[in-house]
Design a binder for this molecule. Structure first.
Ligand code: AMP
Ligand code: MG
Length: 323
């Protein structure tokens, strides 16, 4: 069972567990978050595992301040104005991810953009002390109701994580407002704890709610499309294919693969999840026509891994749109 610590006593324990790669439930002003070191792929994989999330949708990376945020993403003057006006607070900005930021690709689900937020209160203090960004979706079982108290987090996840920090009821009580800052304007991706009107006042322009706002990133197969064709659950490799392997037993003909990367030679799904995005893009970059993927077991994190591979394999037209 998780230990529950009042926030006044929890700073050091929280930072120690985060440094060990453990997910920790933290109070933020919006809702309770399940936080892990955003630079550690296996720690991030543990978030998905604990929540039982069936797919790798991108997570919000939480930062201590604007300076940390600017090391991770590229801020336009407008993005900076919004951050200065509303951070710390319930506004998440989706921005272009800076290369070499150290944030693990499992956080962004391999996208070129990243969602950033600077939370108020205890979570902000932890990030400042920890010195690295924290990936944190809401602290609840996937598909179940969001938790706004430590007791609710304990009922939902108490047997799956080691520490819940109790900061009392979350003051805002709903998730952050998500705004994508794009070249062609500001897009409201998710309404939340900060009113759109407040954002529009500072931006001096209306928030767009068009096509981009209904896209649920991480759900669109085209976001995940490698250039190469994908073959899934292969038991026999065709000569010249790139091979995404898993476990200790190889598909027939594996020695004829142009290139092979093994998600986890020992068959550890957490390790596989943490390698998934970088290995897929490395195999894609190697330039072969087809990536063949060995079967991955469906239990635990395997469900999300298989979901991601199925999206990558979805048929699409030359613009990358799913057909
Ligand atoms: P949750 O994990 O419940 O806090 O939700 C995070 C939200 O942020 C989801 O709706 C994601 O789709 C969204 N999100 C995270 N990263 C991105 C991104 N790079 N682009 C657009 N939306 C994002
Ligand atoms: Mg949620």
């Amino acid at each position: 069972m998780a230990e529950i610590l009042a926030q006044d006593d929890a700073l050091e324990t929280a930072c120690r567990l985060l440094a060990e790669g453990e997910p920790v439930a933290l109070p933020t002003e919006t809702v309770y978050g399940l936080a892990a070191d955003a630079t550690n792929g296996e720690a991030v994989a543990r978030i998905f595992e604990a929540k039982g999330r069936p797919r790798f949708n991108p997570l919000i990376a939480h930062v201590a301040d604007l300076a940390m945020a600017e090391r991770i993403a590229i801020f336009s003057p407008l993005a900076r104005r919004l951050a200065e006006a509303f951070w710390p607070g319930p506004l998440t900005l989706v921005l272009t991810h800076r290369e070499g930021s150290g944030v693990h690709p499992l956080v962004t689900a391999g996208l070129a953009t990243i969602a950033l937020r600077c939370p108020r209160g205890f979570a902000g203090e932890v990030i400042k002390r920890f010195g690295r960004p924290l990936a944190a979706p809401s602290a609840n079982v996937s598909g179940r109701i969001t938790c706004t108290t430590a007791e609710a987090v304990n009922a939902a996840l108490g047997d799956r994580i080691r520490l819940i920090v109790d900061g009392g009821p979350a003051p805002v009580g709903v998730e952050s407002t998500i705004v994508k800052v794009a070249e062609d304007g500001l897009f409201l991706l998710r309404p939340g704890g900060l009113a759109a009107e407040e954002i529009e006042k500072v931006a001096g322009a209306p928030l767009k709610r068009g096509e981009k706002s209904v896209q649920a990133p991480g759900m669109l197969a085209s976001h995940y499309a490698p250039r190469a064709k994908m073959r899934l659950n292969v038991t026999e490799v065709e000569p010249g294919e790139a091979l995404l392997a898993f476990g200790s037993r190889r598909a027939k003909g594996a020695e004829k693969a142009a290139r092979m990367l093994n998600l986890s030679p020992s068959g550890d799904l957490r390790e596989a999840a943490s390698n998934l995005f970088s290995y897929l893009s490395a195999l894609d970059a190697a330039g072969g026509a087809t990536i063949a993927a060995e079967p991955i077991p469906g239990e635990g994190l395997g469900e999300a891994i298989n979901d991601r591979l199925a999206r990558a394999a979805a048929p699409r037209d030359t613009d990358g749109r799913v057909t």
